[in-house]
Design a protein around this ligand. Structure first.
Ligand code: SAM
Ligand code: SF4
Ligand code: SF4
Length: 362
């Protein structure tokens, strides 16, 4: 009898745990591939003070190009409100991006709102660094903790070729220094590597930043947008780069810092810090992708390579309450099946169109 009761109790406990798991799953928002919504990238402007050919080629983003007007962009209040809606659905990490986020006046005010928003665990910013020297301290004071700076080369000529002729290495280095000085830690560096353009200079970048606390991450050149004339032959695979780096400085793989981390990290065996590789082309990471993107005019994109976004600005300005907005976002996420990078060749062969990166944020 005693044994029968014990058996029954064990079975009940197992049943309770099963029900609990089912309820938890129901409450947790997941897309059709069981990926939760955890990260939100906010593009605060589609404008930029650079014209990197791999993102906003000069010929296509010329003086007559029609950028969003200020009343078309979401205001900071609207951005903060939508962010709260996303947080209610599971978002814990935010990244402010663009275009170039630091060209939007008063950005520190938005950062202040976001960093003090309940439920937000992490706020980061991606910038080309040119305006960072003057803004690092106010951004830190507003609550920003860390920053990612894009820098493709330390060679002035290569830098100019990759920024479309705007800004200078000196200004970016000053921005990085100011960020470190202000306590924005760690500073991470994004370096897009293009064969024949900057791939011969990447060891020089590592040489410069090793031991400084700045973490360099090499990004495979991607077919973002429809305007950069992407050519696979210009992609330098992370594997190739890793081998080149390891010949000079032996490396040791590091465990991911958190689930879904996009960079594969390696430590320099000699204690010179770490280096990361983001291999979106050769080793896609769609399986763990929990990122949503909000364009500067309030469209929700569920993939960097999506063609269409869901308009949240119209309902927001039309008087929808938070619950109604949450229902819209929930419905979009629950339909999500994006995994472009895993299907790249197939989808490219079909002529897939993508949203532009400066508009939706990297
Ligand atoms: N303007 C800011 C900057 O450059 O850091 C933020 C926006 S930018 C679109 C975000 C990131 O996307 C940058 O690190 C940039 O290098 C990266 N990016 C842009 N075009 C890319 C491409 N075709 N392939 C890989 N990365 C790209
Ligand atoms: Fe501007 Fe960043 Fe795009 Fe370069 S990568 S054009 S800096 S938005
Ligand atoms: Fe996420 Fe789309 Fe990139 Fe895949 S291709 S990792 S789904 S943003």
């Amino acid at each position: 009898m005693k044994r029968g009761n014990e058996l029954m109790a064990t079975q009940n406990a197992k049943m309770d745990a099963k029900v609990e798991r089912l309820l938890l799953r129901k409450a947790r928002l997941e897309d059709r591939l069981h990926r939760p919504l955890r990260d939100l990238r906010l593009s605060v402007t589609d404008r930029c003070n650079f014209r990197c050919p791999y993102c906003m080629p000069r010929e296509r983003y010329h003086e007559q190009y029609r950028f969003l007007k200020s009343n078309e962009r979401l205001s900071f209040e609207e951005l903060a409100r939508l962010t709260r809606v996303f947080v209610s659905l599971g978002v814990v990490k935010l990244r402010i991006t663009g275009g170039e986020p630091l060209v939007r006046p008063g950005l520190a005010d938005l950062i202040g709102d976001l960093t003090t928003s309940p439920g937000v665990e992490d706020v980061a910013l991606t910038t080309n660094g040119v305006l960072l020297a003057q803004q690092a301290a106010p951004l830190r004071a507003a609550g920003l903790k860390r920053v990612t700076v894009s820098l493709d080369s330390l060679d002035p000529q290569v830098f100019a070729a990759m920024s479309g002729g705007f800004g200078s290495v000196e200004e970016v280095l000053q921005g990085i220094e100011a960020a470190q000085h202000a306590g924005l830690q760690p500073v991470k560096l994004n370096t897009v590597v293009q064969r024949g353009i900057n791939d011969q200079h990447v060891l020089q970048l590592l040489e410069h930043f090793r031991g400084s606390g700045v973490i360099v991450r090499f990004i495979e050149y991607m077919d973002v947008g429809n305007r950069n004339d992407w050519n696979r032959a210009q992609v330098v695979s992370s594997q190739e780069l890793l081998e080149r780096v390891a010949v000079r400085w032996p490396l040791e793989p590091l465990e991911p810092a958190y689930a879904g981390e996009v960079a594969r990290r390696y430590a320099f065996r000699d204690g010179g810090g770490e280096v990361g590789f983001i291999s979106s082309v050769t080793q896609p990471f769609c399986g763990d992708c929990s990122r949503a993107r909000l364009s500067a005019d309030g469209k929700l994109y569920t993939c960097l390579f999506a063609a269409e976004g869901a308009d949240l600005r119209s309902p927001l300005r039309g008087g929808a309450n938070d619950e109604e907005l949450a229902t819209l976002v929930r419905a979009v996420w629950e339909r999500r099946i994006d995994r472009y990078s895993e299907l790249r060749d197939q989808l490219r062969a079909r002529g897939a169109q993508h949203v532009e990166m400066n508009y939706v944020g990297g």
